[in-house]
Design a protein around this ligand. Structure first.
Ligand code: BJW
Ligand code: ZN
Length: 242
């Protein structure tokens, strides 16, 4: 299977990459639907919604602070660095990540689009300003983040039921329509619209490769499905590309 993936990538000039939480798992960041995906018995579907934030912003912020803390202490892993190498090797390259953790950018990826936002940015519910996250001052952690206009701040991420940034989606589809290959790595493939990427790629005759620890919702759709750790498989593929 890995040989087939290498063959596809060797003959590709243009590569689209979609990543999910699994690519950051080896950096110690919990995935959403894995065994470590629950926080205080809440799942992502309980907390990553506008309704949850409206009902209990302190609880939702507590979850985000907990995750920000884990992510701040984490470093990119060999899978993130292999994706950087792929960007250097291919003539045209686009990385669409569902992750909000900045690890691709910290590893050195350049052409990255974030479909679900970024955990280190905030958005004001009143004036709409998007800014880098600032820890609330006194009393630390018990105050909810506030904008300079006085409005409440929320994480600048995309929750269930919210529209994804249309420019990012359109740019991704434009790139994908001209891509020779699409690599889908570390995502369960159940959250839309990112979950539609393998199907859209196939319809456009783009060769599709999946790397995941286990079979997923898209394994039967892709041309090649490789089971294993992204941090082990991706560097092997990059090494074989020369
Ligand atoms: C490894 C590994 C290793 C582990 N190596 N692999 C019914 C049908 C169809 C759609 C819907 C429906 N009901 C509702 C919807 C829509 C909904 C949706 O898709 N729901 C599904 C749950 C069914 N989608 C939305 O609401 C989206 N918006 C939308 O549709 O808008 C419509 C609209 C239009 C116009 C106006 C208004 C609305 C928005 C979705 C937003 C998702 N947001 C989150 C939170 C982001 C912020 C944050 O991080 O806090 O995004 S939820 C969460 O899931 C997060 C992730 O990006 C996303 C995907 O998860 P991911 O990355 O796949 O992680 P896991 O944990 O699921 O999988 C990890 C994988 O890694 C596993 O497969 C492991 O095996 C693997 N792995 N270690 C390789 N070492
Ligand atoms: Zn404001």
């Amino acid at each position: 299977m890995i040989e087939k993936a290498i063959g596809i990538l060797k003959s590709a000039k243009s590569l689209f990459v979609l990543t999910g939480a699994g690519i950051s798992a080896e950096s110690g960041i919990p995935t959403f639907r894995g065994a470590d995906g629950l926080w205080k018995n809440y799942s992502a579907t309980d907390l990553a919604t506008p309704e949850a934030f409206k009902k209990d912003p302190a609880l939702v912020w507590e979850w985000y602070h907990w995750r920000q803390n884990i992510i701040s202490k984490a470093d990119p892993n060999p899978a993130h660095y292999a994706v950087v190498d792929l960007e250097k090797k291919l003539e045209r390259f686009l990385l669409l990540t569902q992750n909000v953790d900045n690890l691709h950018q910290r590893a050195g990826s350049k052409n990255v689009l974030e479909i679900h936002g970024n955990i280190f940015r905030t958005r004001c519910l009143i004036c709409g300003e998007i800014a880098d996250y600032q820890k609330p001052s006194e009393p630390a952690n018990s105050t909810l983040p506030k904008c300079t206009c006085g409005g409440s701040l929320r994480p600048d991420v995309v929750w269930f039921g919210e529209a994804i940034p249309q420019d990012i989606w359109q740019n991704s589809l434009d790139f994908l329509s001209r891509a020779d290959a699409a690599l889908i790595c570390g995502t369960s493939g159940i959250v839309w619209p990112a979950a539609a990427i393998p199907e859209i790629a196939k319809r456009g005759n783009t060769k599709t490769i999946e790397i995941n620890l286990e079979p997923t919702a898209v394994s039967s759709i892709v041309d090649v499905s490789i089971q294993g750790k992204a941090g082990e498989i991706l560097p092997k593929i990059v090494a074989a590309l020369g």
